[in-house]
Design a protein around this ligand. Structure first.
Ligand code: GDP
Ligand code: IMO
Ligand code: MG
Length: 421
């Protein structure tokens, strides 16, 4: 059997959506296991261009079944809208998209609290997506969550009542507006009716699939360094983003996860607060303009930096990466010189990512190596040999540093703009 985890090796937005879309052709199941609709995964293929937040990006492959595991937190409005959008685009998800009833639901008070907490933190804010992610995961682990399974009885109403009593007090204390019980109840009952046809306990389906040697593609949301434990805490997200999360979030024993594809951007981006050692601040520079991106979920401008090999290497070690999918190599075309961070110094000493916390990482000095660039447009390259020699050297340098081979190279945003080695 083949269980393949696709993970981001930086701070998110590495191009996981595109990678999962082109890998899904050969997958029986494509599954999300962590995070929620804070994720924004871009897919560009024969159906059109999509920014997907909850449905696995591999759903476009017609023989694939999409799974949203119990480890995912769901804003029903986003899920319903996404299902409608995909059906309208001719993707046809009915009968092949299943949502775990164990998944926790993002309630209106989670979104309100996310915003109020951020505002209270002022300059120290995390820069969240304000989708309610931190508060819903906090409720999950403090036994205050509401799950789809609660709708099967009057438990939903009972739990909602308790939560609204608690949350309205906090919201009022922070200067927000209290929520009305009947309104929330009726609204969410309506959402449940729409989501109901997609709810299915995934345990037997996953176990039978593993037994029958089916191929599972596990689509991580966010990146390795937004992980609650291993990321740049407190500038992280509220879920585990390393492959072990797929075990809890989907019910796949860890021993099955033998392939880990690390999606790695040829430079670095980050959205929100927190350290970014290779950050480029010269906003008028060519490089800054080239690397610039708009966030898929919030529409914010992403912060940009040079490739950080210490980050990629640490991600490879943390996740047991077996292959790299390098994305956006085409974006580097036209740069005379390319800087790459090969390691960090702090007070004259070499330090690794894990030796410092987020505040220490903000203080490290990057050791840079300069690589010669290439001027050719590489977006039409079909093989590694089609790439200019300096681009080939850049790829090999990443392999050497990470100790992992680069198996796919992205030369454009569309599915077919990918070199397979
Ligand atoms: P994800 O969250 O990891 O799925 O990544 P996002 O979709 O948020 O951001 C990645 C961005 O890079 C999107 O705009 C993609 O369309 C784009 N992209 C992905 N791979 C490539 C590539 O190889 N070349 C170019 N030019 N764009 C790419
Ligand atoms: P994908 O799956 C990039 C960041 C936010 C913020 C921090 C916490 O598209 O790669 P949260 O709303 O999760 O509480 O915000 O995490 N963040 C992401 N950054 N890509 C993502 O997802 C992200 N999901 C969350 O910007 O800094
Ligand atoms: Mg994204």
């Amino acid at each position: 059997m083949t269980v393949i985890a696709v993970i981001g090796s930086q701070w998110g937005d590495e191009g996981k959506g595109k990678a999962v879309d082109f890998l899904a052709e050969r997958a029986d199941y494509v599954a999300r296991f962590n995070g929620g609709n804070n994720a924004g995964h871009t897919v560009i293929n024969q159906f059109g261009a999509f920014k997907i937040h909850l449905v696995p990006s591999g759903i476009f492959a017609k023989n694939t079944t999409g799974l949203i595991g119990g480890g995912v937190v769901i804003d029903p409005t986003v899920l319903i809208e996404e299902i409608e959008m995909l059906n309208k685009a001719g993707v046809g998800v009915d009968g092949r998209l299943w949502v775990s009833p164990r998944a926790h639901i993002i309630m209106p008070y989670h979104k309100i609290l996310d915003g109020l907490y951020e505002e209270a933190k002022g300059a120290g804010a995390t820069g969240t997506t304000r989708r309610g992610i931190g508060p819903v995961f906090a409720d999950k682990v403090s036994y205050n969550g509401i799950r789809w399974t609660d709708f099967a009885s009057d438990r939903f109403e009972q739990r909602l009542e308790v939560q609204l009593t608690l949350k309205n007090k906090i919201i009022a204390a922070l200067g927000g507006e209290a929520l009305k019980r009947e309104q929330v109840r009726d609204e969410y009952r309506g959402y449940y009716e729409k989501v109901k046809p997609y709810l299915k306990e995934l345990f037997s389906l996953v176990q039978d699939g593993l037994k029958a040697n089916k191929t599972f593609l596990l689509e991580q949301a966010m990146g390795s360094f937004l992980d609650t434990d291993w990321g740049t805490y407190p500038f992280v997200t509220a879920s585990t983003t390393i492959p072990s999360a797929a075990s809890a979030g989907l019910g796949i024993p860890p021993k099955y996860i033998q392939n880990v594809i690390g999606v790695t951007k040829a430079y670095t981006t980050r959205v929100g607060g927190g350290p970014l050692p290779t950050e480029i601040y010269d906003y008028d520079s060519d490089v800054y303009k080239k690397f610039g991106e708009v966030a898929a979920t919030t529409g914010r401008i992403r912060r940009v930096g040079w490739l950080d090999l210490e980050i990629v290497k640490t991600a490879a070690q943390l996740s047991g990466m077996t292959e790299i999918c390098l994305t956006k190599l085409d974006v580097l075309s036209g740069l005379k010189e390319i800087q790459v961070c090969t390691g960090y110094k702090l007070n004259g000493e070499t330090v690794r990512y894990a030796d410092v916390d987020a505040y220490g990482l903000d203080q490290v000095e990057c050791v840079y190596e300069t690589f010669p660039g290439w001027s050719e447009d590489i977006s039409k390259a079909k093989s590694f040999e089609d790439l200019p020699i300096n681009a080939q050297k850049y790829v090999k340098m990443i392999e050497d540093a990470a100790g992992v081979s680069v198996k796919w190279i992205g030369v454009g945003p569309a599915r077919e703009e990918t070199i397979r080695r």
